[in-house]
Structure formats: C-alpha cells, structure tokens
Design a protein. Structure first.
Length: 368
C-alpha cells in the first residue's frame, strides 16, 4: 500500500490529506491541517512560511506513522466509524470517569456545559480542527459567563480550555484521532491569584474571639492548623483519625480533589479541635453545611476579632501553607503536607513570603 501526502485547495487555505492506494482501491484521510497559500501578489510573511513549514512537518510525521502501521499490518484502510463518532458523547464519558474526584469532576462537567453552549448541535471527531478549537477558546474568552452572569476569570478559562486539550489528547491515545489540533492553538496563560491569609498574630486573636457557631470555629481553625480543604474536613470520619507512638496524632484519608490517599500528622491543638471521639463510621463534624449563612458567620467572627481582610474558608489552607514557610519549614515538606502533586503549586506561597520580606526590609528607613 502507498500512503501519499497530498494538498487540495479549499477556499482561502490548502487542506492536507493522506491518499491510501492499494490494488486499484483508494481512500482518503483528511488531517484537518491547512497551509496558507501564496498570495497572487507579493509573498508569504516570515511567520506564515514558518507556520507552513511546521504544519508540513507534522503532516509528514503522520504520514510516516501511517505507513509504518500499514507495513506492520496494524493498520489497513482507516476505520472511519471512530472518526464519525460524536465528540460530545466521548467528552461526557470522560467526565464520568472523574467522578471519584469531586473537584475535578465539577471542572470537567462545567467544561462540558460550555462545550454544549458553544456547539449545541454536536460534532464528530473528523470535523474537529484548529479553527473549531480556536472558536471554543474565543467563546471562553468573549462570551462564556458563570451561573451568576459574571465573565470567567483567567484561571477558569485556563482550566476549561485545558480540559478540552486533555480530551483531544486522550482521543489520540485511544486511536480515534491522528493528532491533537489544540496543539496548534495558543492556550490561556495561568494567572497567579492573590492568596489572602492570616498572620500568626491574627490567627491567635481569631482563636480567642467569639464565634456564633462552634462547629464553624473548630473547622476553620482546624484547617488553619492542618491545611485541609473544606471538602476533606466536612467528610472526615473518626476511622480516619488515628494515633501511633511514632507519628502521634495523624489522619489517613483520601483527598476529595485528587482522590489520592494521604497520611497527615496533626498537632495536639488540632486534635483538641476535633473533640471527643465518636463511632468509627461517624463524621467528625456531622450535619454542617458551609452555605451563605455560615459564610456570613465567618465574616462576623473575623470582624469580632478586628480582622478586615477578605477571608474565605479556603484562606485557612493558605494560612497554613504561608505560616509553615514563614516558620522555616522547607517547601518540599510543605508541598507534601498540602498534598500537592506539583511543587510549582506550592511555590506560589513561597513568592508571597518573598514579597513580605521585601516589605519588611523597606520598613526600616533612617531618612538618608
């Protein structure tokens, strides 16, 4: 069998496709790759020439791979049934595989909702190309809004677009697509959000201030002393609270966000906040929901302590990370304590510490 890379003029572009030929039979595979044709007047720009070169190299690599597959009897004529399958159904199936990690599942489902809003009629794999992917990026950037009608934040755009990239990458691994067209589209940059936190003095003051809900008080302070997310504290069971001579008090639990199993040593103060031990299958903090009412109570509690910062429950986790680094714990250990898979995530807190050092250095001024 011969596998030949060919070009065909299509509107204002040149479409690249593979021509499979064997014993008088011919079949075509359109790659979804396009070249910029030479203008009638003048020449292509340097950027256009470089882009054409990259696209041709990619197409040639695909052709070489197809030829090798044919020679190894792995691949005959293309299985068009896979390419004609609906991508939206495929994406939704990927969402369901993320159910074990509720935080990640929520992001995938939200991305799926925006894909439907962007392209409600559905789309097959064979029709997904650079232009379609770019269109979804433009939709996220210009049209997409939250449930409350707000524009998406930069980090939300980054997250949703990366879910599409991941799905297309998986489709290549599954042998459905020949390449990932999102690789040709510039992703969103990741913004570094301001991570608000409490200083050690503020935390001490808050712990002594009156809070109208004791469960809220204990859970928030527990998060400040352990770095656990709300999602992990709210589902924590007594069977996950353990003690050993070697580790002392510790937690052995599965993170809701990553689904990873963590072993987390906790201090005596943190253990006291949990209260008297209950039955193994009971939650440590039963019947507590962090809704709008308790968000208001948190604000009231902070106000009672004289703290004017905009603090949410998740800021307790930021507080833990920042205080650990401030008090000299190395960044690798802090990363492990937080359950981060990537050290770069923890480095955001280190930048906060460096900024505070600069502020502190500039406070000493003798008027020279």
């Amino acid at each position: 069998m011969k596998v030949t890379l060919r070009q065909r003029k299509k509107g204002n572009t040149i479409s690249l496709y593979l021509d499979y030929y064997e014993k008088g039979k011919r079949e075509y595979e359109y790659l979804g790759l396009y070249l910029v044709p030479k203008p009638k007047i003048g020449t292509l720009t340097k950027f256009q020439k470089e882009e054409n070169k990259k696209i041709l190299e990619l197409a040639e690599r695909i052709r070489a791979k197809r030829l090798l597959e044919v020679q190894n009897n792995i691949y005959g004529f293309r299985d068009k049934e896979k390419l004609r399958a609906d991508f939206m159904d495929y994406f939704e199936a990927l969402c369901e595989k993320k159910l074990a990690s509720l935080g990640n599942y929520g992001n995938w489902k939200s991305t799926y909702g925006h894909l439907i809003a962007y392209w409600p009629k559905g789309i097959t794999f064979e029709k997904i190309n650079k232009e379609w992917v770019q269109g979804f990026r433009d939709y996220l950037d210009q049209k997409a809004v939250t449930k409350t009608g707000q524009k998406l934040s930069l980090n939300t755009k980054y997250s949703y677009f990366n879910k599409l990239r991941a799905a297309l990458k998986q489709a290549v691994k599954d042998g459905i697509m020949t390449f990932n067209p999102s690789e040709q589209v510039e992703p969103f940059p990741q913004d570094e959000p301001k991570r608000e936190f409490l200083t050690l003095e503020e935390l001490k003051t808050l712990s002594q201030a009156h809070c109208k809900n004791d469960s809220l008080r204990r859970m928030f302070l527990f998060s400040c002393l352990t770095g656990l997310r709300w999602s992990d504290i709210s589902k924590l069971q007594w069977s996950e609270v353990e003690y050993s001579e070697k580790l002392g008090n510790f937690l052995r639990f599965r993170q809701a966000k990553t689904n990873g199993v963590e072993t987390q040593p906790i201090s005596e103060e943190a253990r006291k906040l949990l209260g008297e031990r209950g039955k193994e299958d009971e939650r440590v903090f039963p019947n507590f929901k962090y809704g709008n009412w308790n968000k208001t109570l948190l604000k009231d509690w902070l106000w009672e302590a004289g703290i004017k910062k905009k603090i949410t429950f998740h800021c307790a986790r930021h507080t833990y990370a920042t205080l650990q680094l401030t008090l000299g714990t190395d960044i690798y250990t802090v990363s492990k304590l937080l359950g981060h898979r990537n050290l770069q995530t923890t480095e955001i807190y280190a930048k906060v510490i460096n900024e505070k050092k600069v502020e502190a250095a500039n406070k000493i001024n003798i008027g020279l």
